[in-house]
Design a protein around this ligand. Structure first.
Ligand code: NAD
Length: 272
């Protein structure tokens, strides 16, 4: 776990899907840097409470707010951002993390499974980024806390680059995030908004528990990771904290892969 060093003191963040896995670790990392964090959850209120309790016990009271909401619903996203502003007064960082998988071979994939994944993983990220941009523009620069007008961080995946048979809805949603993120950068960098993505490789969370909890599945996935192990959620959280801080101020419109080398295609290491 990273050490607290207050790089985000006086700033407020929203983390979608903050009740579990990578989102929970991001929330803790941002709070360790001194940020107030709104923890959005979809259905796991207990998980959200546990993350908030961790922050209260380890960092301090009144640093978090918990808001239920579906990121794919416009009205839920609007009230998520409104409640955050009401509670903390400002917004500086939006981490669009919520995501799902509904895996099927393409020829067996229902329209419903396609739309559910696109709606959460891509439309949800659009709605959150749009709400954040509106607030950043209205709020104006806050030089006392950051050199940027605001920071948007999309949690993408190595599958924004690596095609994924049997997961065409998921890979398409993450591929779409590249253009969403880059277009936001192109459009709003002149106003000093920074928009970037983090693309995790295989990180041990609930989303892929069926793979790593099974010995054969784990063995198979390790063959895809040159570094020889899966990642931990905290290894994404610490990169988010840095990317939200002014230490990374000149990074804009790009994806940072945090994947133990997965995007170096280890299948080709022995002559293909
Ligand atoms: P997870 O299942 O623990 O987290 C996903 C979170 O999103 C959950 O808290 C869930 O409740 C929330 N969520 C789902 N639908 C939602 C909705 N409509 N509205 C609001 N919240 C919703 O899994 P995770 O691994 O922590 O995933 C977090 C993000 O990381 C996802 O975007 C995922 O695609 C991405 N990712 C994960 C991995 C990995 O290996 N774990 C790899 C690459 C990318």
């Amino acid at each position: 776990m990273q050490k607290p060093n207050n790089r985000l003191a006086g700033q407020t963040a929203i983390v979608t899907g903050g009740s579990s896995g990578i989102g929970a670790a991001i929330t803790k990392s941002l709070a360790l840097e001194g940020a107030n964090v709104c923890i959005n959850y979809h259905s796991d209120q207990k998980g959200a409470n546990e993350v908030a309790d961790w922050v209260a016990d380890n960092i301090g009271a009144n640093k978090t707010l918990i808001v239920q909401g579906d990121v794919g619903r416009e009205e839920d996203v609007d009230q998520l951002f409104e409640q955050t502003l009401e509670r903390f007064g400002t917004l500086d960082i939006c981490v669009a993390n919520a995501g799902i998988q509904k895996d099927f071979p393409m020829h067996e994939m229902s329209l419903e499974a396609w739309q559910a994944v696109i709606n959460t993983n891509l439309t949800g990220q659009f709605l959150c980024a749009r709400a954040a941009i509106r607030i950043f523009l209205e709020q104006g620069m806050r030089p006392e806390v950051s050199n940027s007008l605001g920071k948007i961080i999309h949690i993408s995946s190595v599958h924004e680059e690596i095609p994924w048979a049997g997961h065409v809805n998921y890979a398409t949603s993450k591929g779409g995030l590249v253009m969403l993120m880059e277009s936001i950068c192109q459009e709003y960098a002149p106003q000093k908004i920074r928009c970037n993505s983090i693309a995790p490789g295989a990180i041990k969370t609930d989303i892929n528990k069926d793979v790593w909890s099974d010995e054969e599945g784990l063995e198979k996935i390790l063959k895809l990771i040159p570094y020889g192990r899966m990642g931990n959620p905290e290894e994404i959280g610490s990169v988010v904290a840095w990317l939200a801080s002014d230490e990374s101020e000149y990074i804009n419109g790009t994806t940072i892969f945090v994947d133990g080398g997965m995007t170096c295609y280890p299948g080709f290491s022995q002559n293909g």
